[in-house]
Design a protein around this ligand. Structure first.
Ligand code: SAH
Length: 392
């Protein structure tokens, strides 16, 4: 709370952030508004920015100007908005900030992957990753501070859940990384910290903002979920042609429950029913993510079981194989042998399911979900050498 940099003088007239949260997880997770944070302009639609302009005594078109600065030119500060009247900027700064966080750490890997640690106004930190490929640039965005899913292989899960991110904090990650990039970012995956479908409304608003305000093609946006059934069903009715990725990771409930504790709440049957509905309503293929852990879920039998699970459902979509990105776990999980990944892929293909192997990027900078934050905030628990030698 004492992190607030600008504004907050005029608390009485400050717009109140929505308190009602459509959250499919825990209802007791604080909304950012309850943390006493100054609202950011990033996260508002052009229409909302027009209302803000009027609120500070300016004509509505000034709101459009703000939108152009924020979403078109990635301005992070009022000072950058050179054609906005000084008096208006001063009035705005009494109640608003432009960007809701600051960059506190950047790491670049030899392959160009950049990992960002961002500090929110309430002092919480989240991670975002910049992923340049030869033909496109993608970013990996966080949707919550921490995560409640408790996946046993995930660094984020080890810290539990603190709070939801606002739509502005989600879109702000994209804009901050775009502001530092010479190349245009065309893709975004919601695969950073958190479960996007447990922060449903803010996730949806951020997707719409990326589409309509920032101009990213909705087809290039991927939301990854641990399998939040009501969220998947609601998403199918949003008329958002994004890609839904399901973190499957196991072909049966028993094995899945060992990896993902929430699997005890929603069984594969229920999750895949919801995915079927999603595919039917949206006419979009899904992506099935399959994290591979050495000797645990990486045998050809598992591949066959997975292929028949998906075939029985007539669920279209690729399987994306993800070799475990090493984090220290009490179970002592290890990366699968490259041969095992190859065999798994061939077995899936033999049974009619196309599979791709996710390129492992950014190992040298701990780019797996939640690793950097843990490395920086609990250096004694995770030593760099435990993560770094696994570059293959
Ligand atoms: N909560 C969402 C999105 C965030 S995690 C979800 O579960 O899908 C994004 C992806 O990274 C998920 O597929 C997750 O299982 C995977 N992941 C987490 N920790 C990982 C690790 N150590 N190595 C490889 N993938 C990991």
């Amino acid at each position: 709370m004492n992190e607030i940099r600008v504004g907050a003088k005029n608390k009485g007239t400050r717009p109140v952030l929505p308190r009602v949260f459509l959250s499919y997880g825990r209802d007791d997770v604080p909304n950012v508004g309850e943390c006493g944070i100054v609202q950011s302009l990033i996260g508002m639609t052009t229409e909302e920015l027009q209302s803000v302009a009027v609120e500070v005594g300016q004509p509505a078109y000034r709101g459009k100007q703000l939108a152009t600065w924020i979403y078109g030119r990635c301005a992070s500060d009022f000072a950058q908005m050179t054609d906005v009247p000084k008096a208006m900027k001063e009035r705005l700064a009494e109640n608003y900030v432009v960007t809701p966080f600051s960059v506190v750490h950047r790491d670049t890997a030899p392959d160009g992957t950049m990992k960002y640690l961002l500090k929110m106004q309430d002092g919480q930190t989240i991670e975002s990753v910049y992923l340049p490929y030869s033909e496109r640039v993608s970013v990996c965005l966080s949707s919550q501070v921490g995560c409640a899913a408790g996946c046993t292989f995930c660094a984020t899960a080890q810290g539990g859940l603190s709070r939801h991110l606002t739509a502005g904090e989600i879109v702000g990650q994209f804009l901050t990384l775009q502001g530092e990039s010479e190349r245009r970012i065309s893709h975004a995956v919601y695969m950073g910290m958190g479960e996007p479908l447990w922060n449903y409304e803010n996730t949806i608003k951020s997707l719409r903002l990326l589409g309509s305000e920032v101009g990213v093609s909705l087809r290039n946006l991927t939301v990854s979920t641990v399998g939040v059934v009501p969220g998947i069903r609601a998403l199918s009715r949003e008329d958002l042609p994004i890609t839904l990725a399901l973190s499957l990771h196991a072909p049966n409930d028993e094995l899945r429950a060992r990896l993902i504790p929430t699997a005890r709440k929603w069984k594969l049957d229920e999750i895949l029913d919801a995915c079927e509905e999603y595919a039917e309503v949206t006419k979009r293929n899904l992506t099935f993510e399959y994290l591979m852990i050495g000797g645990l879920n990486d045998s050809p039998e598992h591949a066959r079981e997975l292929a028949s699970l998906l075939r029985a459902r007539k669920l279209p979509g690729n399987v994306n194989l993800i070799p475990f990105n090493y984090v220290m776990t009490s179970q002592g999980y290890t990366r699968p042998e490259p041969d095992a990944v190859q065999r798994f892929r061939l077995e899936l293909e033999k049974h009619g399911r196309t599979a791709t192997q996710r390129m492992t990027r950014g190992h040298a900078i701990s780019a797996a979900c939640g690793q950097l934050k843990r490395l920086l905030t609990t250096p004694k628990k995770i030593e760099a050498h435990e993560i770094l030698p696994l570059v293959r």
